[in-house]
Design a binder for this molecule. Structure first.
Ligand code: CP
Length: 316
């Protein structure tokens, strides 16, 4: 594996190996006074974010630092992108400055793949590129951390029914999860109004439903999505109030889930909109487990791309 750009190219074996390695990194660090492994000493990892982020940027930085990499954060607002430098020139500059890995978030779908292309030399060398969220396309490390959280809570993904609810059309998290969870053996149902479903969703490995109330009793997990008003150009249909009434996970709806079912949200959450205030803090909610798993999953991805295809176990 040279890059991680989407979950659509990940085999079941590759995905399972990444989740297993994430758990190995977690175990290797548990109980340590000093959370530092020598695994990536001498490697330089750069986060390059053209959109805001809390969880993804911070957890990649923590992951790199816990593995002793030199981690450099580049943001569009403080880089020469603000002076008009092109994405291509910025990417080639960061490669020339010594990046072994570029972790890229960008509002344009396909930007990380384009960067991987621009920075690959004729010999096939160049930095590993990790997609940290590109437009409405994909967010593969989010899907991996969600899959790890589900595996830990449910035991296995095989045959589990998982609902992904809400603003599917703007959600890179939904697309990455639909593909990865189905690769791992889950049945995925998208629950959304027709206006928030993307063209071509019939090609995804999912079923589609318009009724959250009808789906909740039968699912093992429900993944609520943030409503991405910033990608709606001021328009919002159904209205925010109607959306919340029909697709919000409130206390009544939480009661429709079976006892062992869990609630995921990738964050940031709009409490009171897609998820109720108390639902987000209920024992069924996995929001902070997802964040913790995000650090270990990102360690596993950095290990796989920068060290190789062995299991991390041999290096711990
Ligand atoms: N889940 C997620 O991508 O969160 P951030 O935007 O805070 O990174």
């Amino acid at each position: 594996m040279r890059h991680l750009l989407s979950t659509q190219g990940l085999s079941r074996d590759d995905a399972t190996a990444l989740l297993d390695d994430a758990e190995r990194f977690e175990q290797a660090l548990t109980g340590r006074e000093v959370r530092k492994l020598p695994t990536l000493r001498g490697r330089t990892v750069m986060t390059v974010f053209y959109e805001n982020s809390t969880r993804t940027r911070v957890s990649f930085e923590v992951a790199g630092k816990w593995m002793s990499a030199d981690v450099i954060n580049v943001s569009a607002s403080s880089s020469s992108a603000g002076k008009g430098e092109s994405l291509r020139d910025t990417a080639k500059t960061l490669h020339a400055a010594g990046a072994d890995a570029l972790i890229v978030r960008h509002p344009a779908s396909g930007a990380p793949a384009q960067i991987a292309d621009w920075t690959t030399t004729p010999d096939g060398d160049g930095p590993a590129v990790i997609n940290a969220g590109d437009g409405t396309h994909e967010h593969p490390t989010q899907a991996l951390l969600d899959a790890l959280t589900l595996r830990q809570r449910l035991g296995s993904l095989e045959g589990r029914r998982i609902a992904i609810v809400g603003d599917i059309i703007h959600s890179r998290v939904a697309r990455s999860n639909a593909h990865l969870l189905s690769t791992l053996g889950a049945e995925v149902v998208l629950v959304a109004p027709p206006t928030l479903l993307p063209v071509g969703v019939d090609q995804w490995p999912v079923s589609v439903s318009g009724s959250l109330d009808a789906e909740l009793p039968a699912v093992d997990a429900v993944m609520m999505l943030r409503v991405q008003a910033e990608r709606m150009n001021g328009g919002f249909f159904p209205s925010a109030r109607e959306y919340s009434v029909r697709f919000g996970l409130n206390d009544r709806r939480l009661g429709l889930l079976h006892d062992d079912a869990v609630v995921l949200h990738p964050g940031p959450m709009l409490r009171g909109m897609e998820i109720g205030y108390s639902v987000a803090d209920s024992p069924k909610a996995t929001v902070l487990e997802q964040v913790r798993n995000g650090v270990h999953v990102r360690m596993a991805v950095l290990f796989r791309l920068l060290v190789g295809s062995d299991s991390a176990g041999a290096h711990l």
